[in-house]
Design a protein around this ligand. Structure first.
Ligand code: FES
Length: 580
C-alpha cells in the first residue's frame, strides 16, 4: 500500500467556522471562547472531535470520560485542539427491544455530528458491542481521518476458583438453574463476580471481537484490542491515539485509505483465528458498505474456511481477555496469519505503517492462551455460510462454538412462530420435543423482531436439559450473542418477516444440516414450498410511525449487513448547504 501524505500546512475544514473575521466566524469562535480558550488556538491547527459513547446506562463504557482526558492530553501534546463530543451510545445490556435496532441510528447521528461541526479528525471512543461498528460506520461515511480507541475488557471474573466469563457464564448458569443444578443465591453471587471492574465483556464476545476487528482493519493502533479497561496501559493507548490523530489529519490519512478490501479480508481471517462473534459478519459488511467495498457472505466462507482458531478464549475455549493481553494480544495472532500466508501484509494502518511492520517482531508469551496451530481449537475456525432451500440468501454458523456431533444432523422441526411463542411453550412439559429435534425460531430478523435480537441461541427445554443434554440444532433469522455457544444456525436469509422460506416451516417438517457441505435443507418439494409461500399472510405487525417505521422501511437483510438502504456509501464531509 502506498500512501502519500498531504501537504502541510494547508487550510482545514474547521477554518470555515473559525478562520476569519466575518460575523459568522465570530459567532462560531466567540461563543467557544466562553470555555476559556485563548485566541491563538483558532490559528488553523487540527480540531479533533473526541466522540465519546460514555453513558451511565452503558456501563461497559462507563470509564470513557477518564480515557477522554488522556486522549485530550495527547491531542494537545501534538499541537491539536481537542473537543469532547457526546454521541449516541447504544448499550447492549439496556436497549430494548435490542441495541442492534439503534446501530444505524447511532451511525447516522455520528456521521451528521462530524459533518455539521468544525471537526477535522475524530477519535472514536467506543467499547460496548454496537458502539464500535456504529461509530466506524458514521466516520467512514464522512471519510474524515479517524482512529478507534476501545475501552478495553473487564478483568477476569472469578467465582469459587473458576473463571466467570461475561455472558458465557450467564448462559450456562441460567441453564443450570433450569436443570436444578444451581441455586438462585449462588447465581446472584456469581453475577457480582462476573463484572468486577470497568470495561467490556471479558470473553471473546462481540465487544472484544469488534475491538479486534477495528485493530485488524488497521483503524486502531496495534495492541489496542486486548488491554484491560483498568490497566494503566489503556490510558497510555488513549494518549498515544490522541497524539496520532493530529498527524493523521495533517497527512489526510482517511478511513478510505485504510478500510480497503485487503483490510476487510485481513479482518475476516482474524475473526476465524480468534473464534470471534458471528455479529462481526453483519457489522463488517455494513462497514464495508460505507466505504463502497463489495464484501459478501461468500467472502466470509472463502476466507475463513482454512483459518485455525488459535485463541483459547471463551466461549469457544478456556481463558478470558485479560490472559489474551498478557499473552501478547492480537498482534501475535496477526503475526501468525502473516506467517501462514493469510494476511495482506502491506495493508495500511492508522499508524501510517503497514500491519506487518506493526506485528512482525512480537512474541507469544503464553502458548496455552494463543495456541500453536497444531493444537488449534478447530482447524476450520471461520464462519460457515450455509445455503439451501431454507436459506437461499445464506445463513451462518460458528463451527468453533458448535458441537462436532451435530454438524451433520437431520431432525424433526419444532417451530416457534416468534419469541413470545417460544417463551410460552419452552417450559411446557407437554411440548413434543427431544434432543434429536431441530428448534426453529421465526420472525426475529431485522424487520421481524424488530432489530434482530440476540435470541438465536434459544435455551433448551428443561425436559431435555434434565437428561444432561447441553446442545441441540437451533435455526433462526436472529443473531446470537458473541458470548454464546451451541450448534446454532443464525441470520437465515431472507428472514421470515420478508417472506423467506423460514416463514413456512411447520412442526414435523424434516430439516437437514450439513456444515461440511454448507447445506441447510428443508425436506419438502419445491412445489410444496411454493404453495406454502403463496399462502403466507405476511408479518404480523408493521410499525405505523416513528423510528420503528423508519427502521422497518429501510433496513436491509442480514445477508448484506442490515444497514439502512439510504445510508450505504460515503457522502464525504462537505456541508450540503451552508446557511452562513
Ligand atoms: Fe457491553 Fe458486553 S454488554 S460489552
Amino acid at each position: 500500500m502506498t500512501f502519500k501524505p498531504a501537504e502541510w500546512p494547508r487550510k482545514l475544514r474547521s477554518q470555515e467556522w473559525y478562520g476569519g473575521t466575518s460575523r459568522d466566524n465570530i459567532y462560531h469562535r466567540g461563543w467557544l471562547k466562553n470555555q476559556g480558550y485563548p485566541h491563538d488556538l483558532f490559528d488553523g491547527r487540527p480540531v479533533i472531535g473526541i466522540l465519546n459513547t460514555w453513558s451511565d446506562l452503558t456501563p461497559c463504557n462507563g470509564h470513557l470520560r477518564e480515557l477522554a482526558e488522556k486522549v485530550k492530553a495527547g491531542v494537545w501534546e501534538a499541537g491539536g485542539f481537542p473537543v469532547e463530543v457526546p454521541v449516541f451510545s447504544a448499550s447492549e445490556n439496556t436497549y430494548r427491544p435490542t441495541a442492534m435496532m439503534y446501530r444505524n441510528l447511532a451511525a447516522l447521528a455520528v456521521e451528521e455530528t462530524m459533518r455539521a461541526q468544525p471537526i477535522d479528525g475524530a477519535v472514536l471512543l467506543v467499547g460496548c458491542d454496537k458502539t464500535t461498528p456504529s461509530l466506524i460506520m458514521g466516520a467512514a461515511s464522512t471519510d474524515l481521518p479517524s482512529i478507534v480507541v476501545t475501552g478495553g475488557p473487564m478483568l477476569n471474573g472469578w467465582f469459587r476458583g473458576e473463571r466467570v466469563g461475561s455472558g458465557t457464564a450467564l448462559w450456562q448458569m441460567s441453564e443450570d438453574i433450569k436443570a436444578g443444578k444451581m441455586t438462585t443465591e449462588d447465581f446472584l453471587e456469581a453475577e457480582q463476580a462476573m463484572s468486577r471492574s470497568s470495561g467490556t465483556c471479558n470473553t471473546m464476545g462481540t465487544a472484544s471481537t469488534m475491538a479486534s476487528m477495528a485493530e485488524a482493519l488497521g483503524m486502531a493502533l496495534s495492541g489496542n484490542a486486548a488491554i484491560p479497561g483498568v490497566d494503566a496501559r489503556r490510558r497510555v493507548m488513549a494518549q498515544m491515539s490522541g497524539r496520532r490523530i493530529v498527524q493523521m489529519v495533517k497527512d489526510d490519512l482517511k478511513p478510505s485509505d485504510i478500510m480497503t478490501k485487503q483490510a476487510f479480508e485481513n479482518a475476516i481471517r482474524t475473526n476465524g483465528a480468534i473464534g470471534g462473534s458471528t455479529n462481526a459478519v453483519i457489522h463488517l459488511m455494513a462497514m464495508a458498505g460505507r466505504v463502497g467495498i463489495d464484501l459478501t457472505l461468500d467472502d466470509w466462507d472463502r476466507l475463513g474456511r482454512d483459518v485455525p482458531t488459535i485463541v483459547n478464549l471463551m466461549p469457544s475455549g478456556k481463558y478470558l481477555m485479560e490472559e489474551f493481553f498478557y499473552a501478547g494480544g492480537l498482534p501475535v495472532v496477526l503475526k501468525r496469519l502473516g506467517e501462514a500466508g493469510q494476511l495482506h501484509k502491506d495493508a495500511l494502518t492508522v499508524s501510517g505503517e503497514t500491519v506487518w511492520d506493526e506485528v512482525k517482531d512480537v512474541r507469544n508469551w503464553n502458548e496455552d492462551v494463543i495456541l500453536p496451530v497444531e493444537q488449534a481449537l478447530t482447524q476450520q475456525g471461520g464462519i460457515a455460510v450455509l445455503r439451501g432451500n431454507l436459506a437461499p440468501a445464506g445463513a451462518v454458523l460458528k463451527p468453533s462454538a458448535a458441537s462436532p456431533a451435530l454438524m451433520k444432523h437431520r431432525g424433526r422441526a419444532v417451530v416457534f412462530e416468534d419469541i413470545d411463542d417460544y417463551k410460552r411453550k419452552i417450559n411446557d412439559e407437554a411440548l413434543d420435543i427431544d434432543e434429536t429435534c431441530v428448534m426453529v425460531l421465526k420472525n426475529c430478523g431485522p424487520k421481524g423482531y424488530p432489530g434482530m435480537a440476540e435470541v438465536g441461541n434459544m435455551g433448551l427445554p428443561p425436559k431435555v436439559l434434565k437428561k444432561g443434554i447441553t446442545d441441540m440444532v437451533r435455526i433462526s433469522d436472529a443473531r446470537m450473542s458473541g458470548t454464546a455457544y451451541g450448534t446454532v444456525v443464525l441470520h437465515t436469509s431472507p428472514e421470515a418477516a420478508r417472506g423467506g422460506p423460514l416463514a413456512i416451516v411447520r412442526d414435523g417438517d424434516m430439516i437437514e444440516l450439513d456444515v461440511a457441505e454448507r447445506r441447510l435443507h428443508l425436506d419438502l418439494t419445491d412445489e410444496e414450498i411454493a404453495a406454502r409461500l403463496a399462502d403466507w399472510q405476511g408479518p404480523p405487525e408493521v410499525p405505523a410511525a416513528g423510528y420503528a417505521k423508519m427502521f422497518h422501511d429501510h433496513v436491509e437483510g442480514a445477508d448484506t449487513g442490515a444497514d439502512f438502504d439510504f445510508l450505504k456509501g460515503c457522502r464525504g464531509a462537505a456541508v450540503p448547504k451552508d446557511s452562513h
